[in-house]
Write a new protein. Structure first.
Length: 254
């Protein structure tokens, strides 16, 4: 039985880790290089590095910061933000990333998923989906891009299915409504996707306590749980989260 992964997320803006609510009102949360080293030493299963302003600023990811982060991390590193081409994939993987997350670029160039999967393997391709509630959509949820700023009129379930068929090896699913609120993951949204795709799904957006992570796994079928605020600001440690998950019958790597 595979272990459920606990993944701290480094949302990076101008070279610093930040955290806000719905990607707004950002607070400084530290140096990503130092944080990656610390998290990898205290039990993180992976680390997710998202350059949250790269797409909106129409620039490439910060390869120097990513390279330094990868050097200090002892666990797999997923990197996203400003990825638009196979060259971007190649540069990120050469900078030390183990996986590359694509979001907005995949929506506007759906062939990128297939091309990257063919070139580098589907284990390197993570499809990030930022979803909002929209009752006009068949599934009840709509895909957004540019950090939730732009609506697409694309149904979340249809997009997830298309992404997996195109070669995405994993889905990073974020509820933009709950992101940063610490009120819990969107269990309905997470279950909608886990029930209908055959690749691992990372639950993201809203973790505030270990119970939220337990629910994401046991009630919604998530293969991994991602969080930022509760780790960055010392509300809970990774060890505390894993202990509670283990106490509830979830297999985690200790």
């Amino acid at each position: 039985m595979l272990s459920t992964r606990v993944i701290p997320c480094l949302d990076v803006h101008n070279g610093r880790t930040v955290k806000g609510i719905n990607f707004l009102n950002l607070q400084d949360a530290g140096d990503p290089v130092e944080q990656a080293k610390l998290y990898s030493e205290v039990g993180a299963d992976e680390i997710c590095f998202l350059d949250i302003s790269a797409t909106n600023e129409q620039r490439k990811a910060m390869f120097d910061v990513i390279s330094k982060t990868a050097e200090t991390s002892l666990v797999p590193l997923t990197v996203g933000g400003g990825v638009n081409s196979l060259d971007d994939f190649r540069n990120l993987l050469n900078s030390g990333a183990d996986k590359v997350s694509i979001n907005s670029s995949a929506v506007y160039n759906s062939t990128l998923i297939n091309e990257a999967s063919f070139k580098f393997g589907n284990q390197c391709v993570v499809l990030a989906i930022d979803a909002i509630k929209n009752f006009k959509m068949p599934s009840g949820y709509e895909v957004t891009t540019h950090g939730g700023r732009k609506k697409t009129q694309i149904d979340v379930l249809k997009w997830a299915d298309q992404g997996v068929k195109s070669g995405a090896g994993e889905i990073l699913l974020t509820s933009m409504t709950t992101d940063g609120t610490k009120s819990g993951y969107n269990l309905e949204l997470t279950k909608l996707i886990t029930d209908n795709v055959d690749v691992p799904v990372i639950a993201s957006g809203g973790a505030g306590k270990p119970e939220h992570m337990i629910d994401a796994v046991l009630k919604s079928g998530a293969s991994a749980v991602l969080a930022a605020s509760i780790f960055h600001f010392g509300i809970y440690s990774i060890a505390e989260v894993k202990k509670e998950m283990s106490n509830n019958g979830i297999n985690v790597r200790v």
